[in-house]
Design a protein around this ligand. Structure first.
Ligand code: SAJ
Length: 445
């Protein structure tokens, strides 16, 4: 029985754990297994990443090079681009990207190629787990048939499960070991053996009855965020219409100790999870004739925010008898959220592009982002790259309008308040005292 064999390997921590994809999910995971005594082999298509790991260097913010070096020097971890070594692994965990196509349909190409590589080198006695965020049914409908077509049978030759990644890059409080792990197998035995595996590296494992439940759980988590951010954005427009201070309202609502969770308006929805994950769910629902209205509505509201921000700036400039066309706009903070350098899906890209399309000259300051490039297929403005400008007094004074898109803590907002004429604050970065002391016209979401 392969179950007893795998159970012993896991209990004795002699199981060889293969992780496919050494990104912000895969690298912390394999380091956690290696640090707990398992043998880890990281599989990467990018030779530079594999070489860096083998040299004891980390390229992921949550994993120190020291941790990587410790695992490498102890002989408990190595990285390779040679996928034939999958044959040596008792457990294979897939942590590859699941982006959206331009048509907002799921791009399963990374999962498919990982599955094909596994199929090439598969042997009896392996446990395969998918961690990449995907639509309910992926594990059962894509991976299981791939392995069976190669002549392996579930429960006799392999076990198969899904366990959603819950990595929150940069979060110092919650790391791999103290984030509860949801695990759902294709069948009871797969759930049991996969849950046993994760129980060796995380404090809390929450087993569910199937891979589909685990896949749907992850999408519910992130769809919850996208929809509530959408509500916060609509509330900002509503409060604005009623002449009520949005931020004062949500801060007051946040004092409710139960039954409320504060979300805040912003210039739109960025990142590689929240804007994308709900579309995996709505896409699958559509295949079954179900129209998920909340997801569609949230997407509509969230993607309308860049335009709304540009309208606020246009109206503010107009009050100063200035046209956007020919104005100089300084964007403060372009990363998709505070105090990180990640530009993926950042709404600042749309804000910049819309200003350019209206004839404004746009410059930006973001201490985390040295350069901003644009996908010409998606720009209506000129799409030329921009480079981070030092936040000098002259730069602030030269701008007709300053737009705060991301409120990095290290930016000097009080100086901006003193020197700027018009400020659009989309992140409530300027507190009441600053606003009182300043001559600038301040418009807020
Ligand atoms: N945003 C708002 N208002 C809010 C919260 C976020 O406009 O109240 C915007 C952010 O500025 C950003 C986008 O939404 O542009 C996404 O922000 P996020 O806080 O959800 O951060 P992410 O994209 O890093 O989401 C990750 C997710 N983690 C995983 O999928 C494992 C998410 O589930 C986490 O809840 C989130 O981190 C977190 O809490 O930091």
């Amino acid at each position: 029985m392969i179950k007893d064999q795998l159970r012993n390997l896991i209990e004795e921590k002699t199981a060889c754990i293969g992780v496919i994809g050494l990104g912000y999910v895969g690298l912390p995971l394999i380091v956690e297994f290696a640090s707990k005594g398992f043998q880890g082999i990281g599989f990467e298509v990018d030779e530079k990443k594999a070489d860096a790991i083998n040299k004891g260097e980390s390229y992921i913010v949550d994993v120190t090079s020291e941790d990587v070096k410790k695992c490498i020097d102890s002989g408990k971890m190595s990285a390779t681009t040679d996928f034939s070594k999958l044959n040596k692994c008792d457990v294979i965990i897939i942590c590859v990207p699941t982006p959206l196509r331009k048509t907002k349909d799921p791009d399963m190409s990374y999962i498919l190629s990982a599955g094909e590589e596994i199929t090439k080198y598969m042997r009896s006695g392996q446990l395969v787990i998918l961690e990449s965020t995907t639509y309910p049914g992926t594990t059962d409908e894509i991976l299981k048939p791939m392995f069976e077509k190669a002549g392996f049978s579930l429960n006799d030759d392999f076990y198969l499960a899904f366990s959603p990644e819950r990595v929150d890059p940069g979060n110092k409080q919650y790391q791999t070991h103290n984030i509860p792990k949801v695990v759902g197998g294709v069948g009871e035995d797969s759930t049991e053996i996969a849950s046993l595996l994760y129980s060796k590296i995380v404090n809390e494992v929450h087993s569910v009855s199937s891979a589909r439940v685990a896949e749907a759980c992850k999408l519910w988590e992130n769809t919850f965020r996208a929809i509530n951010i959408g509500m916060a954005n609509e509330m900002a427009k509503l409060c604005n219409t009623l002449g009520i201070d949005t931020w004062e309202v949500v801060r007051a609502a946040g004092t409710k100790p139960f039954g409320f969770m504060a979300f805040y308006p912003g210039p739109g929805l960025g990142g590689h999870c929240i804007p994308l994950d709900p579309h995996y769910l709505s896409w699958k629902a559509r295949q079954h004739g179900f129209d998920s209205k909340f997801i569609t509505l949230a997407e509509k509201i969230n993607s309308s925010m860049p335009e709304y921000v540009v309208k606020l700036a246009t109206d503010a400039l107009n009050d100063e008898k200035k046209a956007v066309n020919g104005s100089k706009v300084l964007i403060l903070g372009v990363a998709y959220k505070n105090d990180i350098d990640d530009m993926r899906e950042s709404p600042a890209l749309s804000v910049i592009d819309l200003f350019r399309a209206k004839g404004a000259e746009v410059v930006y300051h973001d201490p985390f982002v040295p350069e901003v490039t644009f996908d010409h297929a998606y720009t209506i403005g000129d799409g030329e790259p921009l480079f981070n400008q030092e936040l000098t007094d002259d730069l602030i004074k030269s701008a007709d309008c300053v737009v705060i898109c991301t409120a990095h803590k290290t930016v000097d907002y009080s100086r901006t308040m003193e020197l700027a004429d018009v400020i659009v604050d989309t992140r409530n970065a300027l507190d009441k005292d600053m606003r009182k002391r300043s001559k600038a016209k301040v418009v807020r979401l």
